[in-house]
Design a protein. Sequence first.
Length: 347
Amino acid sequence: MIEPEPRLTSLSHGGGCGCKIAPGVLEGILRSMPAMPVPAALLVGTETADDAAVYRLNDRQAVVATTDFFMPIVDDPGDFGRIAATNAISDVYAMGGTPLFALALVGMPINRISTATIGQILDGGAQACKAAGIPVAGGHTIDSVEAIYGLVAIGLVDPADLKRNSGAQPGDRLILGKPIGVGVYSAALKKGALSAKGYADMIATTTRLNTPGAELARLPGVRAMTDVTGFGLAGHALEMARGSGCTIRIELGSVPLLPDARRLIGTGHVTGASARNWASYGDKVSLAIDRPDDRVLLTDPQTSGGLLIACAPEAAETVIDCFHRHGHAEAAIVGTVAEGPGTLDVR
């Protein structure tokens, strides 16, 4: 008798962007790295924890290069591939770039799952790349203990349109393009507590490409851009605040949420990454009311999360319209940027 294949999520100790190394640990690792000479053509490196590296080719073109991969966040192999690829490509959009091509990164426990399942994962990734208008031009595979899939994504951007996570200015509006709560939903899924409607909502948001990024980068008044992934809304907002030398204020009641997020938090469906995120940066977050479910939402690791934009007040309506035209109906103004020491205030 052939034994049934295990659930993909049972093969991973942490799924999606929830398996990222905690921010505080990552900072310590990066601090220990020796200093390297930085060429003038390298427009974006590691200095502000931005979404991708950017290297100038000429006055009108710069290469955007990024990579992202993780363990399964869902059990359906095609959905896993689509989510992982959408998440990796997002970093190109977050810099204001247009994707060109991708390389697949594949690590699979070939003694635990079939080649057919692996093929479905790769096909899901290829579908996401096709939706982005790019080919999977190659890649690399290894035999791994845990299932791992992702992409190297390469894009182009005009240096004049390049958007870093460090350009926010006091007075700017903060706009989020997708609802949060993906980590909570993934925790519920792993325990069999996510409804069919909840699963559909989760797939819809995690496989929606952040295509507004390239258009938003060309809009006057858009000053900073990043995407919200494994460090949660608070973590990525803090990166923007630190890089910009400003304080960011988030109105939590204005933040779009996946419909069942608060109820699922109330029934104990929380990822371990949420607590690790808070331990890494909680001392830099000021909470007007410190409620447990609010803290979870702020630190909840997002997989293939939305773009976070800082823009001039007069540009906010145009930014929202751009999101809506690209199918990001939940996009909303979630806060403001103020003078301050690079911290986060949540009300």
